[in-house]
Every structure is written in structure tokens, then in C-alpha cells.
Design a binder for this molecule. Sequence first.
Ligand SMILES: [Zn+2]
Length: 238
Amino acid sequence: MARKFLLCFHDFSVWNYQKMLPVLEQLKDLAGAPFSILVIPDTEKAPPEAVDGFREALSQLKDDGFDLALHGYKHRAEFSQGRSYAGLIAMNLTHGEAEFAGLSEYESSRILHAGIDAWNKLFGDSTTKPSAFIPPTWYSNKFLPSQVHAEKMIYEDRYAIVTAKRKRYASPVASFAGIPNFLVNPAFRFGEFIQKIPFGLPRIALHPVDFPQHEKAIHNLIRAALGCGRKLTRYKDL
Ligand SMILES: [Zn+2]
């Protein structure tokens, strides 16, 4: 089996889709194929024109072969949801972005389903299912993996990807957003390293804030992944 890697664009939302579409196109040209996009489905506070445009963008991306995955509900969360102490620490570390961190079983299920409902509303049909579920910032709780699998979706955490049939891939990830400046270069070196080691399914996780700031380094990293013989894959192909 040829060695593979995943290219995952995080946090695609109603608030940034216009700006990000050209970035996605450029990455697609460079990677030679459409890749995985992690969608924040909540559009509650967006103006109706923006929601319509976002819908169109998503259906275009789907038609172009992009792999669409579900990335939480709002991506931001309130503190008052009965989180564990570890969950509160994760929320603090991520400035409130760790939507699922340390939630109770009930709250975790409630927010997961709010995300699925928002997704279904956005796509307006039940034929477009998310290929995977990735909790924002990868912080989670002990109930979420089985709740996601019960919905027949792939679950991803920081170190691994587990399909609904419980096939597990060790999957190191290189990510560049939200880290201090002095760690950005080491993160890119780590990104190259995980492509070169002969095992695992490495991921390159990109965020809107990486562009245009790290664009050049990201392009080089994708070239390096392809250059060492890895082929691009998508959640839906796992
Ligand atoms: Zn995210």
C-alpha cells in the first residue's frame, strides 16, 4: 500500500469562506487533488446572504471532490456547561475554543447533535453526510468518540484517527496556528519529519490564520510530502 497523508483545512465557516475559497483552490492545484475541509456549521448570527453564499460554496466544493468534515458546532463555547476540571483548563489554554473539552455525557451529545443539525440545515438534505468529526482544538471528553462512532463518522483526536468500524490509524499532526512564534519553525520541521518516517498517516492541519502568513512554508511542506512519495488521501477514502 502506498504511503499516504492527509491535508486538512480547519475552521471553514460562514465568516471566512469568501476569503478562503481562492486559498483552497491554490492548495488544490499544488496538492494535485481536492483534500479535506473541516466545516464549522453554525450560521446563527450570520446575515442571510452570507448563509446562502456559504451554502453555494459548500456545494461547489463538494462537486469539486473536496472531502467535507464536521468540526464542532460553534467552535466556541460557554464555560457554564458542567465541564471537568481538565476541561476548564483546556478551555483556558485555547481561549474558549475547546468546545467539547471535559463535557458531561449529556452535554457532549447535545452539542454534537446541535452540530449535526446545523450541518443538515446547511446542506438542506440528508445525503451529504460529514466524512469525519473533529472536535475543535482536539480537546475532548471520554464520551465523544463513541458518540461520534454511533453516528457512523470517523473520529479524530490529536494522535489518531479511528473509523466508525474502529480501524485505527496512528496519525501525527503538524499544525501552525495558535502557537508562539518561536515554535512555528520547529512545527514545520516536525511536519516534514512525520512525512518521512515510514509509518503512520501524517496530517497537515491548516487554519485560516495561516494565510498569507505561512503560505510559502505550507506550500513547501506539501511539496515535501508529495516529494517523499506520499499520496494525498481524504477521510472519506479511509
Ligand atoms: Zn478548529
